[in-house]
Design a protein around this ligand. Structure first.
Ligand SMILES: Nc1nc2c(ncn2[C@@H]2O[C@@H]3COP(=O)(O)O[C@H]4[C@@H](O)[C@H](n5cnc6c(=O)[nH]c(N)nc65)O[C@@H]4COP(=O)(O)O[C@H]3[C@H]2O)c(=O)[nH]1
Length: 926
């Protein structure tokens, strides 16, 4: 761009130089034309002056002739004049002369206010001749002696001897015309005195125009000429101008691009005066003069722009390429980094996958599960995780098969059909359990879970899941199920399964119209075995009996253990063997075989109750209950017995139930009373004590004996509060009698096994003694042998604690239970009570008599007192007395009586009659 401008400026200057050269030539031409015009004017003056300079008078006509040709040729001449120097005294002459030429003419002068008559002067310089007259009439007679312009020029011309030019002044004949001036040349007479001068009045403007026109330079508007009658551009001296003057043009042509080449000033010297000729070129369109430079500039700019554009586009392209390269590079770097990250991530993922797979394999191998996969047709494609080892089935046998192909019976089961439906619905399934037979022929149970697998399009690609061998669990469940339905000890069905079997049997009986017998078998004296020989012996006995019952029955029959020593047998009648009591007897005989318990042989018998279905009044659901009632009756009638249920038994059972219900309120309703049976010293015959025996005075049942309700009270546990009441009442009564002044007696109170086992026995006992104020020595507690049969140690401890209170302890019904010398020696017992069953027969049963005498001897040897129960006869009394029995109790002396009657006995002072004189026999005859 700079080069273009440089070139442009250079070429511009060349163009200017060229223009300046051309202009200079044209300006010179114009200056020369002006100079020539001026020269012509001077020549005309000189010619005219010569006319007068000859010394001969020049007539007006001659002057007119002479100048007329010149006037014709030079249009720029306003007039030819001859100025005469006129002394002041000749004014009139000259005026007369002039009036002759032109009437009325007087000498005039020009003043600023216009042309006025000339004042009187000493000398005048009057325009005497003027040609042409027409148009110049005002000049005739004009006095110029005071016209400085003309006089100065005349003086110059006289001094130089050359024509001189005046400055510009206003003409009298044309006061408004500008740029007029005179060329003057003095006219001398022969004496050399200036008599006047010739003058050519010039119209400066026309002079220059004609000069230029004559040179053919007037046309053309592109160059202007200004001429000043001065050496400087004084507007007042402006002679001619056909265009802008120098002052104005200077403004227009200024500019750094346009040096002042269009202006030329030339100073001409003519007629003793400097003439300034200014030639100025008209402003031209810049383009016309500077086409080349402008073209160059435009071309340069174009080239520059194109070059710049090219460079720009090339640069842009390069930049874009560079940017692209940079972008690609960064993308490449990024993708490289991404790639590296991906590789690292992939490596990490692969490692994680590897670890996960290892973990999976380890877990699978450690877990009991295996992992399986199936294809879209639900055929196994893979089973891993030690399947063969865990299941005992070779994997190869399963690959390519569906589950129901290798477990053929699967779809027959409900769970199998559900499984198939789920598979067809493409749903997950859980805990599908099925049984298979492994390669060794063993039955096994599998449990499998699975879920469908879909591809990205949602199309099923197969199933996968886990499986485990649950054979152990299944067997355990079966065992648990078996345990739930069977007795643990004997393996026989328990009550739950019994109900099922009974329902089945009844259903069978209903269909076959053959009866069902339900036998309830209770072992006799089982409690005794259990208590005396320990639970293990009891268990052995139960297991043995169970096996015997099982062996005695057919497979179709059911034997179940109901509870404790109770068994239930269900017998369905079959065509080949009608049911009969002989069947019952056979079963009883099977049980009644000796059993080895430890090293002792034990004979076990049982009591059996039988209920038959169908029987009038027996519902199927009451069969076992009725059998139980019948068994209860059998037990009552004596052991090793069986009874068939009859509706009357039911009445008794109902009464039991009624008693149980009424018993619960009896204590609150104060329905119990105590009767007292005296205990008499055999030696003195005096009452020494009494046994408190409970009676239940029921409003409807009347006086209920203890045999009807004590057992029920024991079974229900009601005996504990009832017993406490008995103890308290008996103690209080005894104390009352003592306080009443009766002899100090001992009161005996029965303590049931249930009471003996009660936790608060000691506390209750102590509280009773405390509350009643009875001396402990006046209380005797009667215990039965069965209390000591089971766990002896705590019983011993308890007895010692009771003994420590000071109470007496006696063993009731001695000889009927498990009588043992060992406990007699270990226990702190004071009294043995001989059971009345022995006493009853001592007079006619040698064995009982022997037993009684033996008990007495034994007791005495052990330093125990002996009291005989149930003494009804004198013979019995005598026998006992003769054998040294210490005390007696029985109807012979008194029945148990209410307290008031007992008090009457005391008051009466009843005694035993004295012993008979005849000695009692030692032993009764056999
Ligand atoms: N045949 C006959 N019997 C005689 C004779 N002398 C007394 N007896 C009866 O023999 C039983 C003696 O009581 P037990 O052997 O302790 O037998 C008692 C005792 O085991 C129990 N019992 C009675 N009262 C209570 C009590 O308050 N608490 C507890 N736990 N059991 C009691 O009920 C059983 C029966 O009592 P009871 O019916 O009062 O029957 C009493 C009594 O009336 C006689 O000469 N001949």
């Amino acid at each position: 761009m700079a080069a273009s401008f440089g070139l442009f400026i250079g070429v511009s200057h060349l163009e200017y130089d060229n223009m300046a050269l051309a202009f200079g030539q044209r300006a010179d031409q114009r200056v020369a034309a002006v100079r020539q015009g001026m020269g012509q004017a001077f020549e005309v003056l000189a010619v005219t002056n010569q006319l007068f300079s000859r010394g001969e008078p020049v007539s007006r006509e001659r002057f007119a002739d002479f100048t007329s040709a010149l006037l014709e040729r030079h249009r720029f001449i306003q007039a030819f004049n001859f100025h005469r120097v006129v002394p002041g005294n000749e004014r009139a002459l000259i005026e007369a002369e002039l009036q002759r030429v032109r009437p009325g003419t007087i000498l005039t002068e020009m003043t600023p206010g216009g042309q006025v008559p000339a004042p009187l002067r000493t000398r005048y310089h009057v325009i005497e001749y003027v040609e042409p007259m027409a148009g110049n009439e005002a000049a005739l007679g004009l006095n110029l002696s005071h016209n400085a312009a003309v006089m100065d020029a005349l003086e110059l011309a006289r001094s130089t001897g050359q024509p001189a030019a005046s400055s510009l002044f206003a003409l009298a004949q044309a006061p408004t015309s500008q740029a007029s001036f005179d060329l003057v040349q003095p006219v001398f007479d022969k004496q050399g005195v200036m008599r006047g001068n010739t003058a050519v009045v010039l119209r400066g403007k026309e002079l220059v125009r004609e000069s230029l026109a004559a040179a053919g330079l007037l046309g053309g508007g592109d160059i202007f000429v200004s001429v000043y009658a001065s050496d400087h551009a004084d507007p007042a001296a402006l002679l001619f101008s056909n265009g802008p003057t120098s002052r104005a043009s200077r403004h227009e042509f200024a500019g750094w691009l346009r040096p002042d080449h269009g202006m030329q000033n030339t100073i001409l010297h003519a007629g003793g005066r400097a003439w300034r000729v200014e030639v100025a070129a008209a402003p031209r369109p810049f383009l016309a003069d500077h086409l080349a430079s402008l073209s160059l500039l435009c071309g340069g700019i174009l080239v520059t722009l194109m070059g710049a554009a090219f460079v720009q586009s090339a640069g842009e392209r390069a930049r874009k390429v560079q940017q692209l390269v940079r972008q690609r590079t960064s993308e490449l770097r990024r993708s490289n980094r991404q790639l590296i990250d991906d590789m690292v991530a992939r490596e990490r993922a692969e490692k994680a996958l590897l670890h996960s797979e290892q973990r999976f394999r380890q877990l699978v191998s450690m877990s009991s599960d295996w992992y399986w996969e199936q294809d879209a047709e639900l055929r196994f494609t893979m089973i891993t995780g030690g399947f063969t080892e865990k299941s005992g089935v070779a994997v190869q046998g399963l690959i390519g098969k569906t589950r129901w192909e290798y477990v053929p019976g699967l779809l027959d089961s409900e769970s199998g059909r559900t499984h198939l439906a789920k598979m067809q619905a493409r749903e997950a399934f859980n805990n599908l359990e099925y049984q298979i037979v492994d390669d060794d022929g063993n039955a096994r149970w599998f449990c499998v879970n699975g879920e469908p697998v879909f591809d990205e399009a949602g199309v099923l690609t197969g199933y996968r899941g886990t499986g485990s061998d649950i054979t152990e669990r299944k067997l355990t469940e079966q065992r648990v199920h078996h345990v739930a339905q069977h007795d643990v000890l004997t393996g026989l069905p328990n009550r739950s399964l019994l109900q099922d079997r009974l329902s089945q049997s009844i259903a069978f009986a209903s269909r076959s119209e053959r009866p069902v017998w339900v036998m309830l078998i209770d072992l006799d004296r089982f409690k005794f075995v259990n208590d005396s020989m320990g639970h293990k012996a009891g268990d052995v006995l139960l297991v043995t009996v169970a096996a015997r019952l099982r062996a005695a029955l057919r497979d179709a029959d059911t034997v179940a253990r109901l509870s404790g020593d109770e068994f239930v047998v269900i017998l369905n009648e079959h065509a080949d063997e009608p049911l009969s009591p002989a069947v019952v007897q056979r079963i009883m005989d099977a049980v009644a075989q000796p059993v080895m318990l430890g090293n002792k042989e034990f004979f076990v018998t049982c009591s059996v109750g039988v209920a038959v279905f169908p029987t009038e009044g027996t519902l199927s659901e009451n069969l076992i209950e009725h059998a139980d009632i019948a068994m209860y009756r059998a037990k009552k009638l004596g052991r090793n017995n069986f009874q068939f249920f009859t509706p009357s038994m039911n009445d008794e059972a109902m009464e039991r139930v009624r008693i149980e219900g009424a018993l619960r309120n009896a204590l609150e309703r104060d329905e119990f009373v105590l009767h007292y049976q005296p205990q008499v010293d055999m030696k003195t015959g005096q009452i020494v004590g009494m046994e408190a025996l409970i009676r239940w005075n029921h409003p409807e049942l009347g006086m209920v004996p203890p045999g009807r309700f004590v057992g029920v009270a024991e079974e229900t546990g009601l005996i504990v509060p009832i017993g406490a009441w008995v103890m308290r009442t008996a103690c209080a009564q005894n104390k009352a009698w003592q306080v009443a002044g009766y002899p100090r007696l001992r009161v005996a109170v029965n303590l049931s096994a249930r009471q003996f086992g009660a936790a608060n026995l000691m506390a209750s006992l102590e509280a009773t003694l405390q509350e009643t104020g009875l001396d402990a020595a006046c209380l005797e507690i009667e215990l039965t042998e069965s209390l000591f049969m089971s766990d002896v140690t705590p019983a011993v401890e308890l007895l010692h604690r009771m003994k420590a209170l000071g109470v007496n302890l006696s063993i009731d019904d001695f000889g009927t239970g498990y009588s043992s010398f060992s406990y007699l020696s270990r226990f702190p017992i004071d009294v043995l009570k001989i059971d009345r069953s022995f006493v009853a027969d001592i007079t006619h049963d040698a064995n009982d008599a022997a037993i009684v005498s033996s008990i007495i001897a034994l007791a005495h040897n052990l330093k125990l007192a002996v009291i005989a129960e149930g003494v009804e006869t004198l013979a019995q009394l005598d026998y006992l007395r003769s054998h040294g029995c210490d005390e007696m109790q029985g109807y012979y002396f008194s029945k148990p009586v209410p307290a008031d009657q007992f008090e009457a006995l005391l008051a009466e002072g009843r005694c035993l009659p004295a012993p008979t004189l005849s000695p009692a026999p030692e032993t009764l005859p056999a």
